[in-house]
Design a protein around this ligand. Structure first.
Ligand SMILES: Cc1ncc(COP(=O)(O)O)c(C=O)c1O
Length: 458
């Protein structure tokens, strides 16, 4: 692209306050401009190709540049661009609701459409409060969540998020939200087995409910795999045990499948298919349209809805773009492609190869843990493999790896000392080889820099 055009765009881009932008650096550097996308790749203003390691933001499931998606969105807009979900409906959002209720587990058949994952979680949390108010349980408002969880950037979704609260200048709801420890088995005590670690977490949860009182605990919200927290896969049985405890104490289980639904671990929804639970509410977004258009959804069980129906009250909650027809058309086409092209089967088939290749990264001295499920992975860097002390270095190690990866044509998602990956689900074996080779090289290069700067030694 022409230089003066590019510098003009960079200048205009500095007018944007980007998500998670550090204001002290604001305007001091040029962000990469992405001008083209195709398959698992993004291309910058110089035509350089990058593997899109995080699949956008955990959302690009069917791959970039899909012409059928473009056609489906265009057709919908040409036929009917928008009508108010407050007063009318449309065939596309109704069709999608029907498909979602078919795909979801149990009796989660009521769909509330939102615009994204944050508004899906905000809706789920507000729904739980509304539900308890209607049932006359106005004291039952407390929500239990976990450190390192990420549930979004609206007020309640941000409050149940467990990342960075201590470094954050925002206000959070603190009166009725409680955070448990993160279930990262890599971070268990040295002499503790994974089973004992799991038991400890389960006990912590039940004790927390008893401490607050079951009459006051409304819900537990959890991602099956903590995505932005560093791709943390809880120990086996942890999820099932938490769900059982929720049932025992009449606490609703909200499963945040914003990342894990629509194929990432190889299922449309993984709560039941991977973890054998049927939550009361599932929230989803991202992969529902593979990121082609914004959309979120809250799936609520019939059991909850039927209890409310008997005690009528208006659901005073909605968004102008709840179930936007173009987004719903994108979701329907996305689901059709996932099914027709057997993409979930591909995920299940290629997952062992992906993890086996990534395991090679364990050879690198600063790599402490390589983990994941399906096509999502986290690589945690440490000062040394024995102490497991996180290699934080002013939060810079993953950013250094990111910089080195970019030079090699790979985008990763750096989270302090953890690199996360969630490539498009259509990724082929040769592309996995290429991704892992580039990441291996990038981590090695970043390690050499640390050594050269005297910040780390073997
Ligand atoms: C598990 C989870 N829940 C919710 C969200 C928030 O979704 P959104 O950014 O679409 O609002 C995210 C975003 O990364 C997420 O990973």
């Amino acid at each position: 692209m022409k230089n003066d055009y590019v510098s003009d765009i960079h200048k205009k881009d500095k007018l944007i306050l980007h998500p998670y932008e550090d204001l002290k650096d604001r305007g001091s550097y040029d962000r990469k401009l992405i001008v083209k996308s195709d398959n698992i790749y993004l291309y910058d203003e110089d035509g350089k190709r990058y593997i899109d390691g995080p699949g956008g933001m955990w959302c690009n499931n069917i791959g970039h540049g899909n012409k059928e998606m473009a056609e489906a969105i265009k057709n919908q807009v040409e036929k009917m661009d928008y009508c108010s979900p407050f007063s009318e409906s449309n065939e596309t959002s109704a069709e999608l609701a029907s498909v979602l209720s078919e795909l979801s587990p149990g009796d989660l058949n009521t769909v509330f459409f939102t615009t994204d994952g944050s508004t899906a979680n905000e809706t789920a949390l507000r729904f739980v409060m509304y539900y308890n108010n209607i049932l006359g349980k106005s004291e039952k408002k407390h929500i239990i969540t976990r450190d390192r969880a990420y549930h979004g950037s609206t007020y309640l979704a941000g409050s149940v998020t467990g990342k960075d609260r201590e470094k954050n200048s925002f206000d959070f709801e603190e009166n009725f939200i409680h955070h448990l420890g993160s279930p990262n088995p890599y971070r268990r005590k040295d002499d503790q087995s994974v089973e004992d670690f799991c038991k400890e977490k389960v006990t912590e949860f039940e004790n927390k409910i008893l401490e607050i009182s079951p009459d006051k605990v409304a819900a537990y919200i959890a991602e099956p795999v903590l995505a932005s927290g560093g791709c943390i896969v809880p120990p086996k049985n942890y999820i099932k045990r938490f769900w059982e405890i929720c049932k025992k104490h009449d606490v609703l289980y909200i499963s945040d499948e914003v990342v894990t639904a629509f194929g990432r671990p190889g299922h449309f929804f993984c709560s039941q298919d991977e973890f054998d639970i049927i939550p009361d509410i599932i929230t989803t977004a991202k992969g529902i349209t593979s990121g082609y258009l914004p959309l979120g959804a809250v799936l609520i069980s019939n059991k909850l809805i039927n209890q409310i129906n008997k005690n009528y009250s208006m659901f005073y909650h909605g968004f102008t773009y709840s179930g936007h027809p173009a987004s719903c058309a994108a979701a329907l086409k996305n689901i059709e492609i996932l099914k027709r092209d057997k993409i979930l089967e591909h995920v299940k088939e290629i997952t062992p190869y992906f993890h086996q290749k990534l395991d090679r990264l364990n050879e690198i001295p600063i790599v402490g843990d390589v983990r994941g499920v399906g096509l999502m992975a986290g690589i945690e860097c440490v000062i040394d493999k024995n102490s497991k002390n996180p290699l934080v270095l002013d939060m810079a190690i993953a950013s250094r790896i990111d910089k080195e990866s970019l030079k090699l044509g790979l985008i990763i998602r750096p989270i302090y000392h953890i690199c996360v990956l969630s490539p498009a689900l259509i990724i082929a074996k040769e592309q996995i080889d290429d991704l892992v080779d580039k990441l291996y090289q990038a981590i090695t290069n970043a390690t050499k820099q640390l050594e050269a700067e005297g910040l780390w030694s073997k």
